[in-house]
Write a new protein. Structure first.
Length: 308
């Protein structure tokens, strides 16, 4: 897992003489944060795809060996048929008719038919097994090539994220000096909520004040989907580490149906937060900012999800 946790220096530690950032600079910082989060979530999506590709490759590799053994057995049978036919010649109808007495003719014809049927079955098995082996070998080669391409793409996205981080930190420094937002850990009372949702909410409260880290799902740092997946993992539920994938993995509910533990999605599923009740959420906002406890109306929600 790639982890790049943000440095955390409180705003109160900034130079008192530093001028307040302009509205335009604040707007640029917000746009940079959103752009960075989009790339980070695309990075998370690619990691999920790579994980699936690796599992597919492993499955293909494990199926290749028994198919290879079956092919060897089928090949041996076909080679035996070919050798026998070459040495003895294929028995024809006339040979059967003139051999022996008439009383055993039907028996001999039946036996001949059985030999022919068995040989054809062995040939069909050989053909099917050869095709299956070739298809699986080709599928494995394609999957391995896909995996190689995904690894390269991940490296490119990682470089882009780190380049975007440098730009964001430069803008933040211009706005706040060397300071970044640091909420500090939560010291209030954690609401008592029954069931698995309560476990997820408690986990999220304990994560408040921990820094953002792209691709991270704790316990020291988180990105947005990393926090929600880690919170629900603590409750025994598995969520993919990607906001859009979490949207697909959860049941749709309305705002009126929101309960603590539900997920709220923003910016076309580019950001996700955990709802903790009383109109509040806990989320990992962006690089340079810690996990926050704040009002849910940080932006217009895109939808709401309940973990199944």
């Amino acid at each position: 897992m790639v982890a790049l946790t943000a440095f955390a220096i409180t705003l109160s530690g900034a130079s008192a003489a530093h001028a307040a950032p302009s509205a335009e600079l604040k707007k640029k910082i917000k746009a940079a944060e959103e752009k960075l989060e989009d790339v980070a979530e695309s990075y998370n999506k690619m990691r999920l795809e790579l994980k699936e590709t690796k599992a597919e490759s492993k499955q293909l590799e494990s199926s290749l060996k028994p198919t290879e053994i079956a092919l060897a057995a089928a090949t041996a049978k076909v080679e035996t048929i070919a050798t026998t036919t070459y040495m003895q010649g294929r028995p024809g109808g006339m040979t059967v008719l003139v051999a022996g007495d008439q009383g055993s003719l039907l028996e001999r014809l039946t036996f001949l038919e059985q030999i022919s049927r068995t040989n054809q079955q062995n040939i069909d098995t050989y053909t099917e097994t050869t095709q299956t082996f070739a298809e699986r070998k080709a599928a494995l080669k394609t999957t391995q090539a896909k995996q190689t391409a995904q690894v390269k793409e991940l490296a490119k996205r990682k470089d882009k994220i780190e380049g975007d981080l440098d730009d964001l930190y430069d803008m933040r420094e211009a706005a706040y000096g060397s300071a970044t937002e640091d909420s500090g850990s939560y010291t209030g009372k954690i609401p008592s909520i029954a069931g698995s949702a309560g476990t997820a909410v408690t986990y999220a409260f304990n994560a408040i004040g921990k820094p953002y880290g792209y691709g991270d799902d704790g316990p020291s740092s988180y990105d947005c989907s990393g926090l929600t997946s880690a919170a629900w993992a603590a409750a025994g539920k598995s969520l993919p580490h990607n906001a859009a994938a979490q949207y697909s993995a959860t049941a749709r509910i309305s705002k009126a149906d929101l309960k603590p533990g539900d997920l709220i999605f923003y910016r076309s599923n580019g950001h996700v937060a955990l709802y903790v009740g009383d109109g509040k959420i806990i989320d990992a906002p962006s690089a340079g900012r810690d996990v926050l406890y704040r009002g849910m109306n940080i932006m217009t929600p895109n939808g709401y999800g309940r973990v199944k």
